[in-house]
Write a protein that binds this ligand. Structure first.
Ligand SMILES: Nc1ncnc2c1ncn2[C@@H]1O[C@H](COP(=O)(O)OP(=O)(O)OP(=O)(O)O)[C@@H](O)[C@H]1O
Ligand SMILES: [Mg+2]
Length: 229
């Protein structure tokens, strides 16, 4: 049966940094599988390597070694260009601080991945508007980030993350800068995306309620991944 292969498969992944000539092993043995439409939370104390792992599965940074297959592609064989193309087409990002372009409108921000992906201008504007509408910001398409609240900015970031209809969305503490109610709305929208569109969602979080809402939880401890309740 097809579908047995997970969307993301990472095995024995390891990563070190060199800081002031000192070798700093951050991840020593990380393994993780994420299926299509699955919501996985990554937990662990500050400095345990959660963002480092997310950057690698998001193809923003390369591991030192290990197995890494995304959407049937052996990522370890790709060069920088191939990784960038796979990332833009297949992976959406939501960060703790929203990483929006300050001088651009909400609509222009949502359209950035589509510009990179070569989507024609008329199509990307129409799609961008629909996405902003889906996060309740249809009246704010011309607003600049500084004219929006934190929750609104995060909704723009979420719309941007979904603009290429990625197979996987990665969220690094997406609600860390938001109040409880706004935070719940962002999580609800991520979960809805997984349920209705089959998008895989990986969320790094310190919040027990967010971790509890995921299908599975993975902890990082001493450089290793471990499934948790
Ligand atoms: N580019 C880098 N160069 C050197 N060290 C780094 C680099 N990136 C991360 N580190 C180190 O790797 C360790 C893990 O960092 P990481 O940001 O992944 O932690 P985290 O689990 O996301 O923490 P937090 O919960 O505080 O966000 C830290 O000790 C950090 O200093
Ligand atoms: Mg982090």
């Amino acid at each position: 049966m097809r579908g047995a292969e997970p969307l993301l498969r990472v095995g024995g992944l390891h990563k070190s940094f060199t800081v002031d000539g000192r070798h700093l092993p951050v991840l020593t043995d990380c393994s993780l599988e994420v299926g299509r439409g699955e919501v996985v939370a990554i937990v662990g104390r500050s400095g345990s390597g959660k963002s480092t792992l997310l950057n690698m599965i998001g193809l923003l940074d390369a591991a030192d070694g290990g197995e890494h297959v995304f959407d049937g592609v052996d990522v370890t064989r790709l060069g920088e260009g191939g990784r960038a193309r796979l990332r833009n087409a297949g992976i959406g990002f939501v960060f703790q601080t929203f990483h929006l372009l300050e001088r651009r409108t909400a609509l222009a921000n949502v359209c950035v991945p589509m510009v990179l992906g070569g989507v024609p201008a008329s199509r990307r504007r129409a799609h961008g508007r629909r996405l902003l509408e889906s996060v309740g910001l249809q009246d704010r398409i011309t607003s600049r980030p500084h004219q929006l609240s934190g929750g609104e900015q995060q909704r723009v970031a979420l719309a941007r993350a979904l603009s290429m209809e990625p197979a996987m969305v990665l969220a690094d503490e997406p609600t860390g800068a938001l109040d409880g109610t706004t935070s719940d709305q962002i999580i609800e929208q991520l979960l809805a995306q997984a349920r209705t569109r089959g998008t895989a969602v990986v969320i790094v979080t310190h919040e027990p309620s967010v971790a509890a809402a995921a299908d599975r939880r993975i902890a990082i401890e001493e450089g290793r991944t471990r499934p948790v309740g």
